[in-house]
Write a protein that binds this ligand. Structure first.
Ligand code: AMP
Ligand code: FE
Ligand code: FE
Ligand code: ZN
Length: 282
């Protein structure tokens, strides 16, 4: 069993449509893939349609933008009821604020001399939950930086960078409770991704565990071996499961689907905790 529990489509900042993502997961030889777009479930229906007859299993999910003590962090949520009103309202709040903030970031970029505009970013994002990677693509189009990841520097879009503007992000303890109340399973995404900025303390992770966190995403591109060892130890101490996943973003990121995977026993344990939705088996 090859299980990848973190992938993005163009419903947020990935470049594959949900159907293309499913085809890519089949081509990569995956048995299970989770669709975890930022703050949206807009890709679920197309992905569920696309898995039919493929033998692949789709785990519907999302990746929630959270913030605690001024530190941004991401919470994966699997198999929640997408119609549960409190959690749906929070996702909507974050998505709406992404538009205000996207415009503000474009304005900052223009003040800094980058000839991009909001229409261009809207075209790049399409129907997707708009984020910094779309603006990064606009900066690439304008010839300001060579690649998307070169836009994530202090000069431009990195956390706290010259053109960075914050968005509404949910308190993570609240987010864990919202996910559980919607029947879902919350997992802390790339908790030690230091290259993205400051990361939360072990005390915060302990607080999340107490609130109902299920697992830490340990095997991830942004974690070196020492970070993985530390996080594995922390998960053991806190009684949390450990997952691994690619965080695939199509051509916006240099990682392959299935490059990091989750153990089948862990997947089964996560499934056993979910009451809001079931995986879709093709
Ligand atoms: P946003 O959700 O708009 O705050 O943007 C965050 C997204 O930017 C993440 O989900 C990643 O897809 C991307 N990102 C963050 N840091 C980097 C980085 N250093 N290089 C490339 N992409 C990044
Ligand atoms: Fe992303
Ligand atoms: Fe993330
Ligand atoms: Zn992600």
């Amino acid at each position: 069993m090859r299980i990848d529990l973190h992938a993005h489509s163009n419903a947020s900042d990935g470049t594959d449509s949900p159907a293309e993502l499913i085809a890519a997961a089949v081509a990569a030889g995956l048995d299970v893939v989770a669709l975890t777009d930022h703050d949206t479930v807009a890709g679920h229906a197309e992905a569920a349609e696309a898995v039919r007859g493929t033998g692949l299993t789709l785990v519907p999910g999302a990746e929630l933008s959270c913030q605690v003590d001024g530190i941004s962090m991401h919470l994966l949520a699997y198999l929640f009821d997408p119609a549960e009103p409190a959690f749906a309202a929070e996702r909507e709040l974050v998505r709406t604020d992404r538009f205000r903030r996207g415009r503000a970031i474009v304005e900052r970029c223009r003040e800094l001399g980058a000839p991009i505009d909001w229409e261009q970013v809207r075209r790049i994002a399409g129907a997707g939950s708009v984020g910094r990677p779309h603006i990064a693509s606009a900066l690439v189009e304008a010839g300001i930086v060579p690649t998307v990841s070169d836009a994530f520097t202090p000069d431009w879009l990195a956390n706290g960078g010259r053109a960075d503007v914050r968005k509404h992000e949910t308190d993570p303890v609240t987010a864990v409770r919202l996910v559980r109340a919607a029947g879902g399973v919350p997992v802390f995404a790339h908790p030690g991704a230091v290259k993205r900025g400051r990361t939360v303390s072990e005390q915060v992770i302990a607080d999340l565990a107490a609130a109902g966190l299920a697992a830490l995403e340990v095997d991830h591109l942004d974690h070196d071996e020492a970070t993985r060892e530390r996080l594995r130890g922390l998960a053991a101490d806190l009684g949390l499961l450990v997952t691994g996943s690619s965080d695939y973003h199509g051509s916006r990121k240099d990682v392959r689907l299935g490059e990091y995977t989750t153990d089948p026993e862990v997947y089964e344990a996560l499934l056993a905790q979910a009451t809001g939705a079931r995986p879709v088996t093709g």
